[in-house]
Design a protein around this ligand. Structure first.
Ligand SMILES: *Cc1c(COP(=O)(O)O)cnc(C)c1O
Length: 248
């Protein structure tokens, strides 16, 4: 092992240990078991070699948010027993590529995307687990401040009132399996009200689709709030891999 690789491995191991301790505390604080939580290491902007090191350290779930980056990294790590999660916004013209490596797509947020992902999954001969992404942008947030920080346009996710229709479509789409819901807390304002709404939407979806038990919520800064609100999957980047250069 090169010195550089050994150094990075030690760094990742220390990050994993520190995060694991915070995760156990967050679970204990709300009377949940650590075993209920799946940790997805979000490796965007970091090299495939980091994924290899994380796998050596016991990580089995990897998250990426851009197909252009994820596809080559998944190919470079094809020999590893990993579950790949696509957590970013999906353009319909990327479905064919994403369907070749993703096991779980967290960001289904419109009917047209259900059709495109279904066609891509069938074509790839694979079954893809899908989460309906719920837009939580303005929940509990000071609206003008949130809009100011998010800039023009809006972020991904279906309106809560549209989620059931999309969930039904996923559940009956060939090649797709409805696994649950996903949400991202607003940039401005507290995370709790947003994750509480997500929990309510998840319960509605389970009312019709009892096996759709996944709640993907919580990142490095807010995973404890998400765990308090029933998250089953946390998506953790910076706390495991270190800080990223700012997104363009
Ligand atoms: C980058 C990213 C994460 C991880 O964020 P951190 O703050 O680095 O933990 C989680 N979910 C999505 C959708 C992301 O794009």
């Amino acid at each position: 092992m090169t010195d550089e690789r050994e150094k990075r491995r030690a760094e990742l191991a220390a990050n994993l240990d520190a995060f694991e301790e915070r995760l156990r505390d967050a679970c204990a604080a709300v009377g949940r078991s650590r075993e209920e939580i799946t940790v997805i290491a979000v490796t965007k902007t970091f090299p495939a070699e980091d994924i290899r090191l994380l796998a050596e350290l016991g990580i089995t779930n990897i998250g990426e948010n851009r197909d252009q980056e994820a596809a080559p990294k998944a190919a470079a790590c094809a020999d590893l027993p990993l579950t790949w999660h696509f957590v970013g916004q999906v353009q319909t013209n990327k479905c064919r590529s994403i369907a070749r490596y993703a096991h779980v797509v967290h960001s289904i947020d419109r009917m047209r995307l259900v059709d495109a992902m279904s066609a891509a999954a069938v074509r790839a001969g694979r079954e893809i687990a899908c989460l309906v992404q719920v837009n939580l942008d303005h929940v509990g947030a000071d609206r003008p401040a949130a809009e100011a920080r998010e800039g023009p346009g809006h972020r991904a996710g279906a309106r809560p009132s549209d989620v059931l229709e999309i969930a039904d479509a996923v559940a009956s789409a060939p090649g797709l399996m409805l696994a649950g819901v996903m949400g991202i807390a607003p940039l401005a304002g507290p995370a709790r009200p947003a994750f509480t709404l997500l929990r309510d939407v998840a319960a509605d979806v389970r009312g019709t689709h009892p096996s759709a038990v996944v709640i993907s919520a919580g990142m490095s800064a807010d995973f404890a709030d998400a765990i308090a609100c029933g998250a089953t999957h946390v998506r953790v980047g910076a706390a495991l891999l270190g800080s990223r250069p700012p997104v363009r």
